[in-house]
Design a protein around this ligand. Sequence first.
Ligand SMILES: Cc1cc2nc3c(=O)[nH]c(=O)nc-3n(C[C@H](O)[C@H](O)[C@H](O)COP(=O)(O)O)c2cc1C
Length: 438
Amino acid sequence: MSGSNLLCVLTGSIAAYKACEVVSQLVRRGHRVRAVATPSALRFVGPATLEGLTGAPVLSDLFAPGAALEHVQLTRWADLVLVCPATAHTLNRFAAGLADDLPGALFLAHDRRKPWLVAPAMNPQMWSHPACVAAVDRLREWGVRFLPVGEGRTACGEDGAGRLAEPADIVAAVEAALGAGPGAAAGEEGRTWPVFHPDGAPDAAAPRPRLRILVTSGGTSEPLDGVRVLTNTSTGRTGAELADHLAGRGHTVVLLRARTAVPSRPPVREETFFTFADLDAALARWLAQESFDAVIHAAAVGDFAIDTIVAGGVARPAGDGKLDSDVAPVLRLRPNPKLVDSLRARSRNPDVRIVAFKLTHGAGPAEAEAAVEALFLRSGADLVVHNDLSHRMPGGEFPAAIHGPDAAPPVHCATRQDLAARLEQALLAAAPAPSLNP
Ligand SMILES: Cc1cc2nc3c(=O)[nH]c(=O)nc-3n(C[C@H](O)[C@H](O)[C@H](O)COP(=O)(O)O)c2cc1C
């Protein structure tokens, strides 16, 4: 692990000073480090600092006299490239394949069998901007490995995700990518399913994959006539909370929600549905066209469709005109198929993780357990989230328990936020380790 050749690329973020600490730690651990810094990065840290730390001149100019083919030699020399801190600008340049500066040329010229690590640092709005989300997705597809960004107060005074990872975690991730060290061990451990960190803390040293997640939320409606519907009281709050949390953590999220359900915030992509048939068709389309890592099926799908409506002894089609207010109609219902049962079969990704939901009312532990078990058996879900109507809190908060397919005790979540965090952990633990090589 020690004694590797490392190329550290610094770009123009206020977090560049932390990269000096990373470089310093890597040198102290016996690695040979060369620093590349963009002109913007050199506005934040001086070349003398980087030269002093690495013992070699800093490279910044693609056309520097005497160093014209340096980018090709450097990529041959380096066992690993670390971009730290990585600005939004540089990520987007990499994703566009531009090579008119030294980092861009290095990126295209590098031997893609070797690790290329990126530690982003930026304002939360920039990090969640669709341009950056798309760039990160694209780079991941090309085998670039991303370190998780930190959350909290950023240098610009805003709260959210986008802070540079801590120097010690970056050093651990570099050494893990070189093939040993604590980060590698943690990465191996994370491949089992499902895994819950007992303290709820994500493994900071392990690179966190970005998942593609489809969430459904809200209730379906069945029109009786042109103005009346048969529906349920689902608000869609849980689905929106899950979608917002997951998108805020950098995952790519699509939310299929009922028209009347609580909306999510950008960058979640949304599509609305009204009836069971709408949701059924939307699921079929999305699951076939995109390869989702997980589907969180939180929608309250109507169990019954309207078969016939008989008013005044006359059968009439559902959904049209307006039923006479003075004549009580007789409805005949027919069961809807269970959409959750067909999610995996419809999915382009056969390894998609399915999270199903089970709502009970006043169920004791044995009854709840039996209902969850039946859902596992029927749907082939990987996780089942159970909640009971009688546990709903006055403010609307809704405690839930996440059940795995094995005998492990369920994980209790007091709030929707807690549920979102625990589900993310479980999905990440089940995700394949991010690939270093395309
Ligand atoms: C004080 C200051 C702090 C900045 N911090 C960041 C940052 O943390 N992340 C980021 O993406 N851009 C940041 N920028 C903007 C970049 O420096 C700017 O987009 C620059 O063009 C990036 O160029 P480079 O990626 O080639 O280094 C900052 C700009 C200033 C003036």
